[in-house]
Design a protein around this ligand. Sequence first.
Ligand SMILES: [Fe+2]
Length: 138
Amino acid sequence: MKRRNFIQLGVGAGLVASWPSLAEPRQLPITADLIYSQNSQGRWAGKASTHTPTIEIDKTDGSTKIHLITAHEMNGYDHYIVKHVLLDKQYQFMAEHLFNPTQENVARSVFTVGNYTGLVYALSLCNKHDLWLNTTEL
Ligand SMILES: [Fe+2]
C-alpha cells in the first residue's frame, strides 16, 4: 500500500470510528475528568455524595415527574449548583433548571416528562467541581 493511501485510510477509519451514526444510539464518552459519577470521581474523589444528583420518580396521576436533588451547599455565587439538566436515552436534551443561588438554598428540580419511558440521564453542574452524572430507568 502506498504511503498516501495508508494515511487516507487511517484518517477515514478514525472519522468513521469516532463519528456517531444516526442509526445507532449515541455513545457518551464517560471518562474521569470529563463527566464525574459515583463510580468515576476522577480529580474530585470524595465529592460524589455532595455532587451526584439523586433521582426520585413520582408516577402519579398518569404522568411522571422526576425530582433531582443535589445535596450541595448553595453559598451564593461562591460555591453552588449552577444547573440540573435532564437528557433522554439518546442523550437528547429534555429539560433544565438554572439555579439562582441568592434565592434558592436547595438544589432541587422537578421535571414533568409525561409518559416517557426508558433511561434518563441527570446532570448536576457545580461552579467549582464540574459536571456530575446519575442515571435511572423509567
Ligand atoms: Fe461543589
